[in-house]
Every structure is written in structure tokens, then in C-alpha cells.
Ligand binder design. Structure first.
Ligand code: ADQ
Length: 460
């Protein structure tokens, strides 16, 4: 019986399920996490040297295999090339992109180490599903070891056009390495088109009209399989959360005011400084709404060791102080800003009571917060989603108030529009959005990707 073998930067610890950090990829992949599946990744631990013998945890028939990263590899692979070079560049932020050869060498070495561990776990008919920008060269390493299995890769973040990708010295090598896969999946048609444009411009290969690329006799199919959430479950969670003590406490603290919510990792791609600026502009331009709206921004600390992330944190602390200093009243704080991770139930409850969901990344592969916000609303009295046109989610969620996050006046206007939207429009927009979120789920994502990776195979 062929198995699915997953390779991702992080491997979930099955013993930690239900903690605030739970979620992410493990929730998205729930439908393919059937008995027999193997998941290999980084343990999150650092050691003197990168281990080549994984720590194995068997849970509910699934094998979780985790390796520790050596300190130098962690710096080069994780902080350096993955998050200092690839993350900003693929989010079209060349100004924040750094590059050095040593980091890239470390990145390749860690991809090789993962490939070696994976090859040892692999049976001949297994399917391999590799995830995201930290693992761009793992498939090529597997092929170099003689592995012939079907290999799929899914990119969770956007892809860049050729003129941007070219900034990265090993760009061609990375593109060629990806073509070792049989299937490459993207969040949107735009990402796939950019990838194919890079293949054409930088490798001189002409893809077929349906996105198939051939290099040295090996063909790679490019596909679009947008990720989603378990909408039904999330709606139920929001329904339950409303009865929890912390949700009630929050409700009481609002004293009848409307709530606007933002939930993000503390990351410069999420556009938080511009979002705070837009809120400030809103308070200045629409004084009639002052004291009637509270904005709660929850930001989970992320990649603290990367310099740009520390700068971002300082900037947001400063802006929060400036907004609250200028507009607070004895009994009203316009902006509540929390830098911590909150449980999924609490988040679902907060979404549910929020009149506005403010999701304004400068660039985002998909953005699951937008989908969670929609799923958490009540159909009879839903809130309004304000969504950046540069989030992958905006490709489908066109009934949101779609904004350009760089245009703070436009975002301020959208907040005003959301607060004054007639009930029937609010309900109609939400109904259309909810139908899409309920159709393009996490399960649909898995089924769709697996139909390309393992066509005709049963049990996936
Ligand atoms: P992320 O950049 O992490 O994911 P996103 O899709 O929004 O972005 O997912 C974040 C998840 O973390 C959501 O489920 C959210 O509820 C949760 N979360 C955020 N802040 C939190 C907090 N303070 N406390 C608790 N939970 C919090 C990457 C890409 C995205 C893509 C996903 C999946 O950048 O574009 O949608 O992968 O492919």
C-alpha cells in the first residue's frame, strides 16, 4: 500500500495538540494524515550539529520524524537564506532581501540532510509531498540519490516575476532544482504564471499552454490548488466560543462599541504599520466614529532573531502609543494591541463578535485569517471583511471590501464604508463569501493536490 511522505520545515508534535500553536499546516493537511502517513521536518530544536537520525514519534498510526538543526545550519538555512533571502524576495520586497553565499550553501546542505533522512524512510511506491520555500532543493537532492518516486511540491507563499527573482544569484539553480518534482502547486494563477515566466526567461524553456515544463526529458506539471480551512469546524468553534468567559469579558469591555479585529503573525509582509496608519487616518477623517469603534490587533511574535522583525516590533509599539496618546478618552482606548499567541477558540470568538475583519497584508500567499473571519460570522448578522488585493485570498473573495493596503486613505474609507453598510448588503456580501470559504476548504486543497500527485491512487 503506497504511503504519503510529507516533508515540511516544521513537524508537528502530536503530543502538543490543542495548544495555541496548534493549527497551521497540521490542520490544513488533516485529511491526508491517515494511518501510514510519514511526516518529516525540523523538530524546532537546535543542537551542536544537524542530526541525521530522526526522533520518531508514532501517533494514531502516523509516523512523525523530526531532526534537530545544528546551530550554524539554523543560522544559514533558517535565519539566513530562507527568511533573509527567499521570504522577502518572494513577497516582492527586494529592499529587505539579503544574500550571502555561505547561507545558501547552508540551505543546500540542510535540504540535502532532509533528503537523506527522507530517502531512508521511503518505500518504492510512496508519494512524496514537499512544502514551501524552505525546501526548494530537496526534490533535486532526492533525485541525485536515485529516488524515482512521484514528488510533489506546494509553495505556500507567492512567486516573484523574473526581474525580481533574478536578484537572487542562485535563482536559475533553484528553478532547475524545482523541476525535479513531478507536480508543483501554487496558491493562485498569478503565482503559477510568474513561475512559468521565470522558467521561460531564465531557463529558456517554453512551457506548454497547460503549464507543463520539460527539462532533460523529465516533465513537471504546474497546478493551482488554493489552500483553505475546515470552515464547518471553525464555524462551530466560533459558536461555542461565544459562551466562554473570556469572550464575555471582551464583550463587556467593549461597552456596546463595535469591534474591528486584525490577527497576524508579527511579520512585515502583513502590513501592520500601514494598517495602524490607516486606522489613525480613519480616526482623523471620520470623527463621528470616534468612541464607537475599538480596534483589536493580535500579533503573534515570529522570527524574533531576524533584525527586520525587531525593527517592526519597535515601530508598532511606537505607533500604538502615538494613536492612543492622540485619541484615547478616560473610558475608551481606540487601539488594543497584543503581541501574543491566542488559543484558536478565543480567536474564533473574537472574530465572531467583530463588526470588521481587517486583513491588509502587503503581499500574502493566501491568508487564512480572511477565511477564518468569514467562517466565524453569523449569517443573520455578519461582520464585514476588508481584504488586501495583494492577498491570494482576494482572488476568490471578491465580495469583501477589497483595498490597496498601501493607500491608507482607501483603507480608512473602507472602514467607514463597513461601519455604515446597509444590513442587506452586509448579509449578501457575507453569504457569497461564506459559500466560497465552505467550498474551497482544507480538505478540498488536499484532494485536489493529491489528484495531481497520485492520480488514480486510492486512499488519498
Ligand atoms: P502565514 O503567513 O502564517 O502562513 P496565514 O495564512 O494568515 O499566514 O495563517 C496564519 C494562521 O495563524 C491563522 O490560522 C491564524 O488564525 C493563526 N494566527 C495568527 N496570529 C495568531 C495569534 N496571535 N494567535 C493565534 N493564532 C494566530 C503562510 C502564508 C499564507 C498562507 C499560509 C497557508 O504566508 O499566505 O495562507 O501559509 O498556506
Amino acid at each position: 500500500m503506497p504511503r504519503l511522505v510529507i516533508l515540511a520545515n516544521r513537524v508537528p508534535n502530536p503530543n502538543e495538540r490543542g495548544t495555541p500553536r496548534a493549527g497551521g499546516l497540521a490542520v490544513a493537511l488533516e485529511d491526508v494524515l491517515t494511518p501510514g502517513t510519514v511526516w518529516l521536518g525540523w523538530s524546532g530544536e537546535r543542537a551542536e550539529a544537524t542530526s541525521t537520525t530522526p526522533k520518531i514519534i508514532e501517533h494514531a498510526g502516523i509516523t512523525y520524524a523530526a531532526i534537530d538543526l545544528g546551530e550554524a545550519d539554523y543560522r544559514a538555512f533558517y535565519l539566513g537564506f530562507s527568511n533573509g533571502s527567499l521570504w522577502p524576495l518572494l513577497h516582492l520586497m527586494p529592499g529587505l532581501t539579503t544574500y550571502n553565499r555561505g547561507d545558501y550553501a547552508g540551505y543546500r546542505a540542510v535540504n540535502r540532510a532532509f533528503a537523506e533522512v527522507l530517502a531512508a524512510l521511503l518505500a518504492p511506491d510512496d508519494f512524496v509531498w514537499i512544502h514551501d520555500y524552505q525546501m526548494l532543493t530537496a526534490a533535486a537532492e532526492l533525485r541525485a540519490m536515485g529516488i524515482q518516486n512521484r514528488i510533489g511540491f506546494f509553495l505556500h507563499i507567492p512567486f516573484a516575476p523574473p526581474e525580481i527573482l533574478k536578484i537572487l544569484p542562485p535563482a536559475k539553480e533553484l528553478l532547475a532544482a524545482l523541476l525535479a518534482c513531478d507536480v508543483i502547486g501554487f496558491q493562485t494563477e498569478t503565482d503559477r504564471a510568474e513561475f512559468l515566466a521565470c522558467i521561460r526567461a531564465m531557463l529558456g524553456i517554453a512551457p506548454t499552454t497547460d503549464g507543463i515544463v520539460t527539462l532533460d526529458g523529465h516533465t513537471t506539471q504546474t497546478v493551482v490548488t488554493p489552500i483553505g480551512i475546515d470552515a464547518e469546524n471553525f464555524s462551530r468553534l466560533a459558536g461555542r466560543a461565544v459562551r466562554r468567559a473570556e469572550t464575555k469579558r471582551m464583550m463587556e469591555s467593549l461597552a456596546g462599541r463595535a469591534l474591528m479585529i486584525g490577527v497576524d503573525r508579527l511579520d512585515y509582509t502583513k502590513g501592520l504599520p500601514a494598517r495602524f496608519e490607516a486606522f489613525s487616518r480613519f480616526l482623523a477623517t471620520y470623527p463621528q466614529h470616534r468612541r464607537k469603534l475599538s480596534f483589536l490587533q493580535i500579533a503573534a511574535p515570529s522570527r524574533n532573531e531576524v533584525g527586520h522583525y525587531q525593527d517592526l516590533r519597535n515601530e508598532l509599539d511606537h505607533r500604538t502609543g502615538a494613536i492612543n496618546g492622540a485619541y484615547s478618552d478616560f473610558d475608551w482606548t481606540p487601539l488594543r494591541y497584543m503581541t501574543r499567541t491566542v488559543s484558536r477558540t478565543a480567536i474564533a470568538g473574537l472574530y465572531h463578535m467583530a463588526r470588521i475583519g481587517l486583513v491588509t497584508p502587503l503581499r500574502d500567499g493566501m491568508n487564512l485569517v480572511a477565511k477564518e473571519y468569514v467562517a466565524a460570522q453569523s449569517a443573520a448578522d455578519p461582520g464585514v471583511l476588508i481584504l488586501s488585493s495583494f492577498a491570494g485570498a482576494a482572488h476568490a473573495l471578491t465580495e469583501a471590501l477589497v483595498v490597496n493596503p498601501f493607500d491608507v486613505d482607501a483603507v480608512a474609507e473602507a472602514i467607514h464604508q463597513a461601519l455604515t453598510m446597509p444590513d442587506d448588503e452586509r448579509i449578501a456580501r457575507h453569504a457569497a463569501l461564506a459559500a466560497k470559504v465552505q467550498a474551497s476548504t482544507a480538505a478540498a486543497y488536499c484532494t485536489s493536490f493529491m489528484s495531481f500527485l497520485a492520480p488514480g491512487a486510492e486512499g488519498f
